[in-house]
Design a protein around this ligand. Structure first.
Ligand SMILES: [Zn+2]
Length: 329
């Protein structure tokens, strides 16, 4: 194996950020190690299931916890491969105790273990939303390859939100922030005001918010409500899962809210006086992408905005088993 450099930084007292490689987004995910006394380290997110990633985690455990360093609690913000993929390895080999929000738990089996039923459901869903017949087959299989980056694990503790957890020398409150994933959680340090934000609040990327068979029924409004809630916490600093730590929380939240408001207005204008399915809306907003996986993400993202417009009463959603379309009310 090629030797990778260990990118480990003490971002604030008793919190070590470990950057691990991933094959998508900006190429890295940030995980966090919080040492307790006696060489035990608690961890937030654990990267993908790859040997390269495991070797870096082991090196970091030794570096921070000493030769007898070992993992204690592992809180995973959500079950996407770059945050949860290493969970099986961390619990079985490293003895970590996994904590996971309960809305993430039922998604694991259909997504990573027996996936055929979900693939069929997604196929049906794509047809309903106007995806051309010749693309449905490819699109419904677009996330099949993610499975190889994930070794699932069962949680020792399922979270509802609002729990106060002792991680490292800190007391962190679980903030349930659905939207990017139904059981996404952030962790808020009650002492120092640091927010471990997962994918909820990122300095540069806009997390994908999609309506799909496993999402909450109105993920965009859930997401925006969660953004306002974390802004009200007035975090002193945000430690995101992608990108660098930042402090200008109010401004970043305002940017993200504005981005989604503009997108909704754009989609409302595209629908205009016509009646469109979500596929045609997605093609109008994002164009036809070469990469069909991107196209599926675009469809789901477009659907999240359409659904929010429909909840607000700005669009009417017409549904029959033959298809779903949207028009002005
Ligand atoms: Zn994610």
């Amino acid at each position: 194996m090629e030797r990778m450099d260990l990118e480990l930084t003490e971002v604030c007292r008793g919190v070590y950020q470990l950057r691990l490689p991933i094959p998508f987004e900006d190429g890295h995910v940030n995980c966090f190690l919080l040492p307790r006394r006696g060489g035990v380290l608690d961890m937030i997110d654990c990267g993908m299931g790859s040997e390269e990633s495991f070797a870096l985690i082991r090196a970091a455990i030794r570096e921070v916890g000493g030769p007898r360093g070992r993992l204690g609690r592992l809180v995973v913000t959500h079950i996407h491969p770059d945050h949860y993929g290493g969970a099986g390895e961390m619990t079985e080999r490293e003895g970590a105790e996994l904590y996971l929000h309960r809305l993430e738990v039922p998604m694991v089996h259909p997504r990573y273990l027996e996936i055929e039923q979900l693939v069929e459901e997604v196929g049906r869903y794509l047809e309903l939303h106007g995806v051309p017949e010749e693309d449905v087959d490819f699109l419904k299989n677009a996330s099949r390859h993610f499975r190889k980056f994930v070794r699932p694990a069962r949680p020792r503790l399922q979270l509802d939100g609002t729990e106060v957890l002792e991680l490292g020398e800190r007391r962190l409150r679980v903030e349930w922030t659905p939207g990017h994933s139904p059981g996404h959680v952030c962790l808020f340090d009650l002492g120092s005001g640091i927010l471990f934000a997962g994918d909820h609040l990122l300095p540069e990327l806009t997390p994908n918010i999609g309506l799909h068979p496993q999402s909450t029924p109105n993920p965009l409004d859930d997401y925006l409500a969660g953004l306002r809630r974390v802004a009200e916490l007035r975090p002193a600093m945000v430690l995101p899962a992608h990108g660098a730590a930042f402090t200008a929380v109010t401004a970043r939240v305002a940017d993200l809210v504005r981005h989604h408001e503009r997108r909704k207005a754009q989609i409302e204008a595209i629908v205009g006086d016509g009646e469109l399915d979500a596929w045609r809306v997605a093609v109008a907003v994002w164009g036809r992408r070469e990469n069909l996986h991107d196209m599926r993400m675009a469809l789901q993202e477009g659907l999240a905005h359409l659904q929010s417009l429909s909840f607000e009463g700005r669009l009417e959603k017409r549904a029959t088993p033959a298809g779903i379309t949207w028009r002005r009310r």
